[in-house]
Design a protein around this ligand. Structure first.
Ligand code: GLN
Length: 287
């Protein structure tokens, strides 16, 4: 079969299982042919070799059973960086770019900045910030060595040299350090949330997605502990679920964050809370 026939047949096959059948098909065919989508449009009559046809057929079969496109191609673009992703990491999502935009705007005057990205996964947040600010000093942590290996490969691939990688469960390996920015896309989905039964999340690491009964366990730990690791006037910036705006704000207030900023993502869903601590003194409210 040629390119055009292959695309048509595969799109039809994926229609029942994917809401983005045509795009999935194009991305997977580009992956097999090692070309871009303009090439597919320019050469509709070009025949696939038997090897290419077989490889493509296998990818379409795996896509039919739900495997995310990013795990099939092993890559996903984030902030114009092509990142390697594996099933050890969450697939970077466009809504997380909301956090990067906030950092760039809020800290645009800052020549030096010490940043930590907690639970970096493929490295998306740390590497996007590092690319924009080569003079900043960035630490990226993860509890999973497999994820850190992917993040390190991504740093090397893009020749980003200002990120240090550390195995850590939240702040465990950061004792005594202090940062201007603590940033994270922690797990925030509630156990049993029905949306875990559909789409890419079925194949992503549960440890990166699920956080207790309300999806708030890790947000609570991070907001409670962050004060100890922030410099005076340091910021904590967290991604969270569209319906967690009020709960996350309460957590920030309970941990003495005075200035609190909340942002929506591009589709208009509440997605990020940032807070500034004006005192280095750590206080816990027990009420
Ligand atoms: N944004 C992801 C989702 O919608 C969740 C990511 C996370 O828990 N950090 O499933």
């Amino acid at each position: 079969m040629n390119i055009s026939e292959t695309l048509l047949a595969a799109t039809k096959r994926l229609q029942a299982s994917s809401s983005s059948a045509r795009i999935d098909t194009e991305i997977l065919l580009c992956h097999v042919l090692d070309c871009n989508s303009a090439h597919l449009a320019a050469w509709p009559e070009k025949k696939l070799s038997p090897g290419q046809a077989q490889q493509f057929d296998q990818l379409i079969s795996r896509r039919e059973t739900g495997t995310p496109v990013a795990y099939l191609t092993g890559k996903r673009e984030f902030w114009s960086l092509e990142l390697e992703v594996t099933p050890a990491t969450l697939i970077p999502r466009p809504e997380t770019e909301t956090l990067i935009e906030f950092v760039l705007e809020q800290f645009k005057q800052q020549k030096k900045c010490h940043v930590v990205d907690l639970g970096t996964g493929s490295g998306a947040i740390a590497l996007a910030i590092a690319r924009e600010h080569p003079d900043w000093e960035i630490t990226a942590t993860d509890i999973s060595q497999d994820a850190l290996t992917v993040a390190q490969k991504n740093a090397a691939k893009h020749q980003i040299n200002n990120v240090e990688f550390k195995i850590s469960h939240w702040f465990n390996a950061l004792k005594g350090e202090s940062f201007d920015i603590i940033i994270s896309n922690p797990p925030y989905v509630a156990e049993g949330d029905p949306h875990l039964l559909n789409g890419d999340v079925r194949f992503e690491p549960a440890i990166s997605l699920i956080s207790g009964k309300q999806g708030m366990d890790d947000v609570e730990i991070i907001t409670a502990e962050a004060g100890r690791y922030l410099k005076n006037n340091g910021w904590l910036i967290l991604e969270h679920g569209y319906d967690q705006k009020k709960q996350v704000q309460d957590c920030f207030e309970a941990s003495d964050f005075k200035t609190i900023v909340q942002k929506t993502d591009l589709p208009g869903q509440s997605r990020m809370t940032a807070g500034c601590r004006t005192s280095t003194e750590y206080t816990t409210k027990t009420s």
